[in-house]
Design a protein around this ligand. Sequence first.
Ligand code: FES
Ligand code: FES
Length: 158
Amino acid sequence: MPTHTFTLNGEQVTVEAEDDVRLLWVLRDLLGVTGPKYGCGIEVCKACTSHINGKAFNPCSVPVGELAAGDEVTTIEGLADSVGKELHPMQEAWLERDVAQCGYCQPGQIMTAVAKVEKARAEGREIGDADFDEIRNICRCGTYNRIREAITAAAREM
Ligand code: FES
Ligand code: FES
């Protein structure tokens, strides 16, 4: 069986899996990293959103064979370490506003939110309503208003 090496939450990992196995299952079933959630498996619900090389992506739709040795994957488990803190400012804002209801969509929501703020910064601007309107992460509990409030607050601390 082929082996695949990449960086996961700051550490190099090597896994054995067929090339066409989607990364979400490699993360969850082979590596025990269960923060990225399975909702649809077809890049629609965004519950699995994580980062690859600093950008948001959906591991349910990426075959593990497409990863290169230099690729850096960050899941919600590694988000705080990426800023050298116990919690990322986005996680702090989430807690302060009690955003989560059932919680299932929330790792993906937070990872999307961080990528959105960082993308806006890279473009030399602050995150705004147009960015919020682009977010496609589904929340069946309807926490959308609190999500927007938390992202706005976290952006001030990032
Ligand atoms: S499980 Fe990945 S987008 Fe739905
Ligand atoms: S908090 Fe329940 S699905 Fe979003």
